[in-house]
Design a protein around this ligand. Structure first.
Ligand SMILES: Cc1ncc(COP(=O)(O)O)c(C=O)c1O
Length: 347
């Protein structure tokens, strides 16, 4: 068999019999009503989905109080990122992101022959003023995950707005808000509010995290109509399948379910962090659905990962990100975190 080398190193693929804390999924799964919808729609699997996921785009627009025509739906927000590279960059263009940002920015940059301008965020949290020092108006697209995976760095409305104002209007700013639903602070902004006024902003969002639909692949983007038109030019027809699209529509129907997921995440995370008493690692908390733990050596990091796996827990070793002494731990269900806490303390 030909070995397929994927540049992106994903989390563990095991899930049966494992506690999965490796891919920042919502381990409570989708809402019951969503599962019912998926089951109901299986019978229509012979029928192509809508060509542009129009019904879903409409519901996304209603849910977020934004205009429908400015929304584009993808098979995961990954696909929107790919469309951004495909439609808005040409070989040799500069794109900018941080060193420890979501891996796909750099992977797509390489695939589309762009050059990455990299801001070193070794301190994890950084200021946009500092970030800006590396920027020049030659940069075609800036990618900023807010909050960021895997470091958890986060920016609030005021700082973000000042940054947006300071950037040349010919540079696109992609605000990747894959984890935004976990942030309840009113000073935080997922960036949607900036799109109307600033033509160069593109916000991307995901159904893979809090909505619990990672396995179905749905995400979306929101931008000025001219940008959306360009993205449509590179979008494949029928890119989001029928089950995914119907599930996403259903998952937008209950705001209280969504709020509950965010509360559960906070509760389970606080419980987990409070209960960890192993001095072999340090904890770095984030406001999203994951934390980081830092070990003194790479060897111990790998030993810990194996130890957890032996106890049927999958974690994300961050060596592929260049963070050799770090492991990312997704916050799972209350029961899962109780087990994980005991295992972690035993190491
Ligand atoms: C910051 C960030 N952006 C985008 C994505 C892609 O998510 P998806 O393609 O599942 O919507 C992820 C997934 O882990 C992420 O962490």
């Amino acid at each position: 068999m030909v070995k397929k080398n994927n540049t992106y190193q994903g989390g563990a693929e095991e899930f049966k019999g494992f506690i999965r804390l490796s891919s920042n999924e919502n381990n409570y799964g989708p809402a019951n009503s969503v599962i019912k919808t998926i089951k109901k729609n299986i019978n229509h699997s012979n029928i192509y989905p809508e060509i542009n996921s129009q019904s879903l785009a409409k519901q996304i627009a209603v849910f977020n109080k934004i205009p429908n025509e400015n929304v584009i739906v993808g098979a995961g927000s990954d696909e929107i990122l790919q469309m951004i590279f495909h439609a808005l960059t040409k070989p040799g263009d500069l794109v900018m992101h941080t060193k420890y940002s979501f891996a796909m920015y750099e992977i797509f940059a390489k695939a589309f022959n762009c050059k990455s301008v990299i801001y070193d965020d070794s301190s994890f949290q950084f200021t946009l003023k500092d970030f800006k020092k590396k920027y020049s108006s030659k940069v075609k697209v800036i990618f900023l995950a807010n909050p960021n995976n895997p470091t958890g760095s986060i920016f609030y409305r005021k700082e973000l707005l000042e940054f947006i104002k300071s950037i040349n209007k010919n540079t696109f700013i992609v605000l990747d808000a894959a984890y935004s639903e976990y942030i309840e602070d009113s000073l935080y902004s997922d960036g949607l509010e900036f799109v109307k006024k600033y033509n160069n902003i593109i916000v991307t969002k995901s159904f893979s995290k809090i909505f619990g639909l990672g396995g179905l692949r749905v995400g979306w983007g929101y931008a000025h109509i001219n940008t959306i038109k360009k993205l449509y030019q590179v979008k494949k027809p029928f890119n989001v399948n029928r089950l995914a699209s119907e599930a996403a529509i259903e998952s937008l129907k209950s705001k209280s379910w969504l709020k509950k997921q965010s509360k559960l995440n906070q509760m389970n995370k606080n419980f987990f962090i409070k209960g960890l008493n192993n001095t072999k690692f340090e904890i770095i908390d984030t406001l999203a659905n994951f934390i980081l733990i830092r070990f003194r050596s790479e060897k111990m990091t790998n030993q810990f990962s194996l130890f957890a796996k032996k106890h049927k827990i999958t974690l994300r070793v961050l060596s592929s990100y260049g963070l050799k002494n770090y492991i990312r731990v997704t916050i799972g269900t209350a029961q899962e975190m109780q087990i994980a806490m005991k295992v972690f303390n035993k190491f």
